[in-house]
Design a protein around this ligand. Sequence first.
Ligand SMILES: NC(=O)c1ccc[n+]([C@@H]2O[C@H](COP(=O)([O-])OP(=O)(O)OC[C@H]3O[C@@H](n4cnc5c(N)ncnc54)[C@H](OP(=O)(O)O)[C@@H]3O)[C@@H](O)[C@H]2O)c1
Length: 339
Amino acid sequence: MISRHYALTREGSSLTLRQTTKPVPELSPNQILIKVRAASLNYRDLLTMGDADATRDGLTPLSDASGVVVQIGSAVTTWTIGDRVSPNFFPAWLGGAFSPVNLSNALGGGQTDGVLSEYLVIDETAAVAIPDHLSFVEAATLPYAGVTAWHALFERGKLQPGETVLVQGTGGVALFGLQLAAAQGARVIVTSSSDAKLARAAALGAWQVINYKTQPDWDQAVMTLTDGHGADHILELGGPDTYDRSIAAIAPGGRIAQIGVLSGFGAQPNLTPLQFKNASINGICVGSVEHYERLNAFVAEHAIHPIVNEVFAFDDAPLAYERLRAAGHFGKIAISFDR
Ligand SMILES: NC(=O)c1ccc[n+]([C@@H]2O[C@H](COP(=O)([O-])OP(=O)(O)OC[C@H]3O[C@@H](n4cnc5c(N)ncnc54)[C@H](OP(=O)(O)O)[C@@H]3O)[C@@H](O)[C@H]2O)c1
């Protein structure tokens, strides 16, 4: 059987997205074959495409997909044909402590092929069941952005009702942070460069919104809004442009989830103020299969529907990349294989 897929193909010193074909490999006893129905893009996929030194010539990109099991290996016990599943970002991080070995196996980056392909072969233990109320497109937005926000706020952050959460921007991770935290009964503050996006965030349940362009001292605004307490949890997505203000805005005993690099990999912040707040920074790198399963249970319990900004056809995948690069999106950009 032949599968259509995309490959990041080296042209000169850069990588270009090209559609091509390859044979679907035979299954080993513990593997399953997934017919992919949808995929989604993340900021990471722009970094991967932009890093021709670290990315294998011909790599199949993207980490996030959903689909149907169409074939199972002879020893598979967990899945049957017709099951709706998604692969975990780290296929071998099933649960427990993180091992850095997983970094080299992450889907759709470095040397490891990803999911922008009609068919996928994965170990049965790397798959999670899709909540019944989600479409394939919605389910394809969860593996990277959703699991990261869940890991930060719930697994490590132990988020409690009534606490205050700050999320930066209105991209994938930020809006999952908003939706999950609001469902937990937390008060969510959203920052954005766009008043129109902030209005949409408020309609989604944000407690307060701040435009970080017109109000660059947004850390002060957070202190004012919280009567001098600060935010108990911050999803730190901006990187060098936002670190110092995140440290200024964190509450005593609060937790900053170190997640993003939207403004680059540059200078380190001054950490000294953290000690005078007994606050901490949790480094977050996506999550395990167990994290993903607990996220899905919460998403199902609260009937959460991910925010999908725009859906492209498989043949229009390069346009989906362009849309993400333009950063006008609110939530997720997805690709449907059914169009
Ligand atoms: N550690 C991990 O495991 C992990 C997992 C997932 C993502 N990440 C990282 O998290 C970040 C977000 O990823 P994503 O996929 O959610 O991105 P995304 O969907 O592309 O979000 C981009 C949005 O972020 C906002 N933004 C850009 N620069 C900003 C800044 N300096 N300050 C505040 N907001 C800013 C903008 O929102 P507005 O237009 O509203 O201003 C922009 O539209 C990326 O750096 C990504 O690499 C890390």
